[in-house]
Design a protein around this ligand. Sequence first.
Ligand SMILES: Cc1cc2nc3c(=O)[nH]c(=O)nc-3n(C[C@H](O)[C@H](O)[C@H](O)COP(=O)(O)OP(=O)(O)OC[C@H]3O[C@@H](n4cnc5c(N)ncnc54)[C@H](O)[C@@H]3O)c2cc1C
Ligand code: FES
Ligand code: FES
Length: 1335
Amino acid sequence: MASVPNSDELIFFVNGRKVIEKNADPEVNLLYYLRKVLYLTGTKYSCGGGGCGACTVMVSRYDPKTKKIHHSPVTACLVPICSLHGAAVTTVEGVGSIRTRIHPVQERLAKCHGTQCGFCSPGMVMSIYTLLRNHPEPTLEQITKALGGNLCRCTGYRPIVESGKTFCAESTICGLKGSGKCCMDQEERSFVNRQEKMCTKLYNEDEFQPLDPSQEPIFPPELIRMAEDPNKRRLMFQGERTTWITPVTLSDLLELKANFPEAPLIMGNTAVGPSIKFKGEFHPDFISPLGLPELYFVDYTDDGVTIGAGYSLAQLNDALHLTVLEQPKEKTKTYRALLKHLRTLAGAQIRNMATLGGHVVSRPNFSDLNPILAAGNATINLISKGGERQIPLNSHFLERSPEASLKSEEIVLSVHIPHSTQWHFVSGLRLAQRQENAFAIVNAGMSVKFEDGTDTIKDLQMFYGSVGPTVVSASQTCKQLIGRSWDDHMLSDACRWVLDEIYIPPAAKGGMVEYRRTLIISLLFKFYLKVRRGLNKKDPHKFPDIPERYMSALDDFPIKTPQGIQMFQCVDPYQSPQDPIGHPVMHQSAIKHATGEAVFSDDMPPIAQELFLAVTTSTRAHAKIISIDASEALALPGVVDVITAEDVPGDNNHQGEVLYAQNEVICVGQIVCTVAADTYSHAREAAKKVKITYEDIEPRIITIEQALEHNSFFSIEKKVEQGNVEQAFKYVDQIIEGEAHVEGQEHFYMETQTILAIPKQEDKEMVLYLGTQFPSHAQEFVAAALNIPRSRIACHVKRIGGGFGGKVTKPALLGAIGAVAANKTGRPIRFILERGDDMLITAGRHPLLGKYKIGFMNNSVIKAADVEYYINGGCTPDESESVTEFIVLKSDNAYYIPNFRCRGRPCKTNLPSNTAFRGYGFPEAAVVAEAYMAAVASQCNLSPEEVKEINMYKRISTTAYKQTFNPEPLRRCWKECLEKSSFSARKLATEEFNKKNYWKKRGLAAVPMKFTVGFPVAYYNQAAALVHIYLDGSVLVTHGGCEMGQGLHTKMIQVASRELNIPQSYIHLSETSTVTVPNASFTAASMGADINGKAVQNACQILMARLQPIIRKNPEGRWEDWIAKAFEESISLSTTGYFKGYQTYMDWEKEKGDPYPYYVYGASCSEVEVDCLTGAHKLLRTDIFMDAAFSINPALDIGQIEGAFIQGMGFYTIEELKYSPEGVLYSRSPDDYKIPTVTEIPEEFYVTLVRSQNPTAIYSSKGLGEAGMFLGSSVLFAIFDAVTAARKERGLTKTFTLNSPATPEFIRMTCMDQFTDMIPRDDPSTFTPWSIHVS
Ligand SMILES: Cc1cc2nc3c(=O)[nH]c(=O)nc-3n(C[C@H](O)[C@H](O)[C@H](O)COP(=O)(O)OP(=O)(O)OC[C@H]3O[C@@H](n4cnc5c(N)ncnc54)[C@H](O)[C@@H]3O)c2cc1C
Ligand code: FES
Ligand code: FES
């Protein structure tokens, strides 16, 4: 950091070491400081806005008042370093390391298989570690709560929670349900009778080191002395553009506030920080009273609780909790309402950072607390140099009327929350896309006071959040209702009036207008019921209770700690103990993931003279570029160059993929130019200053419908057909036609796209370190862009922080863009996409439109199907044609339809170019087959499961493209799934539940799956390996596959260990590189372990054949002896291994082929409960049966299945991309794109690997990387089942269009009732909606 005069020294500790920063810059956050200044790269960047938890660290502070040390988890990306004076920071490196001692938290996360790519792991470790520092024996609930702010895109959370559970006193790895008896015992017994014995232990807890809290580092005594220093003085830190002042006393603070009235008070920085980063706010001065004792207190008085403004929301939670324990229930209704919302507000980190004062003053329109505080008649105590005063926290304050707000020199000292009274009810209500760590779609705080002993309304207050730019009060409605009885008439009037008073315009920001309108009155109805129930409890004779069937409307879904069992085949007891094949071996890098020592591309130390690259992207979907003016950007400090299409020496358009936009832009988010500067912040600031003028071009095509109108496609139609479809339609009993829309999905890999491009001095060589699933593709693009031979481009991949298909093609494009910048500037380029840019630029899964016509008999046997698929490919070809082919080939899923025609076509639109995504077309297409199965079931009055079974492939069969296969494992998975999940009994129980509950419904559904592995192009399936044996006997294995969390390298070590007959510890696998293995195929299509395994096996077998004569001569010898001897005999100890690939093909003209080497089968069953009033759902249980043939590593395979299932579940339920009608992607952060968190996973989760034969693949295994994704659709169909039950009860038609994702909005608006009937509807021709669907 640049040296600035007049700045104080910032003193804090990091991992026990004192840091004295003489030039502390207020604009620098702790994450940057750790990574780029202290080179502690264990703490990761993933979103930069507090929403993902990847950057979690522990901050410890000494409180001189209580003489206690407080440990809090915080997201380092939102912590300004200047706020850390006197604090001790612990990062993952400080918790434990391989070099010193790994901590039990790290050990258990790794050994419980809680890491896959490892990018989220340091954050997970820090969340659990901090919890243990505060509670060495936590409860199960505390574990789940501590992890709510940490996202993981790989694991599905189950193993992470399980590692945390091992610290609980009440630990129940398999969820003993308090009985001391394993809940799966019965099932296990039945397995024992079968041929292969089943195992359930994926790790051995006896190996775990105990947790010894006395071994934790002590809090630095110097910081205690600093905190207790009576002569503390004001501190000032002067940065490049801003000043930070930390007052030392309250009067000092008030003085400062009077002198700098515009300066924000930085407390948690969770409101100011994101505004600066994402909204471009700038503040020249900051005042930070963080830690000022006068702001930290709680006063329990006779009439309520007064809480200091400095209290974090976590401290507020504790204070309220105490009050609730101590005070009679009737006094604590407001506190309990606040506690309910505090449980789900953000994650633990934000709750520990955000303060009550900051929350109240920042008044976010989505605030979960302010509506309740207002409804509970809270008051704000203000103070300024001029004195103290109170203002009510009421509608005027929340709606920001200037006369009811703080004066610029005032600060909030505390907030007073009065006790509730006897005839007084207070509630907090909310609905969000996911249960925890998501802003509310609509929330409310409501209270009513009655005349004593009556139900006559004396006072009523209703405040709503997320319905306008501020929290709003329905004060007119409330006023009109005073004096009314709390009855159905009152409710009916209240609903009508509140809808008039709180009007959400049809084009309102945030969209979901009709849904939000419905929520306004649905939440009111919930409140009405709660109050009626409360009145009844007070006087059951006077006030009738609500109907029994309405009871379930009262409560939100509880958050429970997930539990489950994983079952897999035990290893043959006669297998050599050294042979690791079939064992649940821990991921090769797991410990390094957990200690933060696993190096990702951006963790590599700075390279001399390196520059940072930031992008300027198109703001128009289709336009001519009139001019690019970079002069202002070039004039900014630190800027070295601006790079455009003109600077590309070779192909700027390679295979239809454009690097830098030239002459025209074809989507919003297309890269027009990049800026290279000395720091990332300089590059980013400059990139914003590049001025581009455009002239729109018609047509602008955003949706599939628009593409069909304009006949805009990338390729010709792909088709397969069998039987005589037209003829068959003539003889069927019934025909149905329908459509299904499946929206896209964002990969949301935790590590964003990362490229380091280093130009070499000689021969135009360029070295790239990147996160890619396809290094040779990156090599190809870079060579083409620079117009040099591929042999001069070296691409290296150590590991990837999640790929899921999103790092197959895109890194090539970005790598070439980075390489062009490196070539032009002659300096190394570090090109890391920010989360928002990554989401905008790289796109994801294809949105899909499926149209079907199905002919079937009355007994539900389907005789004919004519299905058409269109996918939204975006603006360049990428892999859209190939995805379409996969869709056409795979869309029959598990069903035999004798007369079957399937066609598909990729649409060309002006959206960012969609690309590969786990499952590669199958998850979006197969769901359409399931939808028409459900539609047929509905017509035939059968359950969908019956219809699926009737139409399922039954015997050795041939697909429409004439590939023959035996579906026996499919039938077995299906049968076991239904049996072991007790499907029939639970179906009855569900129906029983639904009869008894009107507002909550349960649904149960099972889906079967036939999935393909590999590629229909034979040469894509080839692989190579390079194995060296060194003279000490150690072995270096290299192959063409990339490690992205799936455990590929671990499996390859297992293969080499078996083949060479040596322990795994002898074998090392360092990286993937185009230098060692050229022309490698992508690591995708679930075949990484298959093909690379065969190549490694081949290399090892070649080496073993060479060693055989030596071994034969000395059979008792050691490996090391044989190697030494071989060297003496001049036998080469290095070889390549090669696998020619599966001989797959597809002849599209003949509609015939053998496109896939084998199939993977599976089935899953899920049960959900939906809240018909809000649209929320809870996943109660999932059972998965997956045909793994023989699993090389059950821990890794189960990890893939669970992770893919949760990713699939997210895709089908809560992950929703929002586009403007002009093609602008709104959802560009974890704030507005919700992937599942720990609270979304099934409460009970059972996974079983089913044994079958697969001679085609190595050791008779199967590739399981993608298959679990589609099984997530069992949740979608369970929701469908629940919604169908609700609709049936309401007398609605049986069928409705099933679209994906089944978001809360979809669920609520499909469960139509008196409330959905009541809301105003708008004529679609009269307005332009805020967002549109693009499928
Ligand atoms: C990832 C994330 C998720 C979130 N999720 C939710 C959610 O689900 N529900 C929800 O309701 N909220 C949520 N929030 C918002 C969060 O509750 C607020 O940002 C937070 O409460 C603000 O407190 P702070 O201490 O961080 O404020 P700061 O950012 O430090 O300050 C905010 C403003 O308040 C002023 N201020 C602070 N203290 C005082 C004082 N004592 N007197 C006068 N002015 C003061 C400052 O000048 C500044 O203008 C989320 C935030 C993040 C980052
Ligand atoms: S990077 Fe800090 S929370 Fe995501
Ligand atoms: S292991 Fe959690 S994000 Fe990859």
